[in-house]
Design a protein around this ligand. Structure first.
Ligand SMILES: C[S@@+](CC[C@H](N)C(=O)[O-])C[C@H]1O[C@@H](n2cnc3c(N)ncnc32)[C@H](O)[C@@H]1O
Length: 216
């Protein structure tokens, strides 16, 4: 595959746009079902809670969790891509819980202070340059005792992707844990899940899931 094609894949993963972006959204739902399920398991949302998700893509993988939140619960989805935000809005706004989809960079999201019981993000941290700044911001949104869960691919898995040199910030789980802990998150730890081989189009990829969690 040519470098320009690899760069285009990385670009679509970091912010899916246009027809190719919509298609990328559908592919991500297949590729990322496992890592999202493990992230949701760890988050363990319950009825009536307020949950923030950063980078939900088209929202398909979050739908079941919104059902759990119920009529008293609230979901904020913060999504940089206009096309993904529109798709998530269309899909999730029918849900019985209170849904607000924000089409913006998470660094600029206007979320009420101390409102969240839980925050989750799957396959997002690679696209964030300054994790310190992100974690400081997340803490302002969290209620005391609230939890945060990040689903990421391991550095080994990421480094095997032919397009990782574009757009991606590759970090080890230990590095992320260290930055969370130094920002005052408690009980920070992670679990590792090997997924084996998956296909991205006709490209075979060896993937795994690292589920990193903590609380304040
Ligand atoms: C690789 S996709 C993952 C989508 C979904 N969570 C999944 O795992 O299938 C990353 C998503 O995060 C969004 N994103 C990237 N940077 C963001 C930022 N700074 N703020 C909000 N969303 C962002 C992208 O637009 C994209 O939809």
């Amino acid at each position: 595959m040519e470098e320009s094609q690899l760069e285009a894949i990385a670009s679509q993963l970091s912010c899916p746009q246009g027809v190719a972006g919509i298609e990328t959204g559908h592919k991500m739902n297949l590729l990322n079902a496992f890592i999202t399920a493990r992230t949701l398991e760890k988050l363990a949302a319950s009825p009536g809670e307020t949950i923030i998700e950063i980078g939900p893509g088209n929202g398909a993988l979050s739908e079941a969790m919104l059902n759990t939140l119920g009529t008293e619960g609230s979901y904020y989805g913060i999504e940089l891509s206009e096309d993904m935000a529109n798709a998530a809005q269309q899909r999730l706004s029918k849900n019985q819980c209170n849904v607000e989809i924000m089409n913006c960079d998470c660094h600029h999201a206007d979320i009420p202070a101390k409102s969240a019981d839980g925050i989750m993000a799957v396959n997002l941290l690679y696209f964030i340059q300054d994790l310190d700044a992100l974690f400081k911001q997340l803490k302002t949104w969290m209620k005391p005792g609230a939890r945060v869960v990040f689903g990421v691919r391991s550095d080994k898995s990421l480094n095997s992707l032919p397009f990782v040199h574009y757009k991606f910030n590759v970090r080890t789980a230990d590095e992320i844990v260290e930055i969370m802990s130094s920002n005052g998150f408690n009980d920070v730890d992670y679990s590792y899940h090997d997924e084996g081989e998956v296909m991205l189009g006709d490209m075979p990829l060896l993937v795994d899931s690292v589920i990193i969690h903590g609380r304040i």
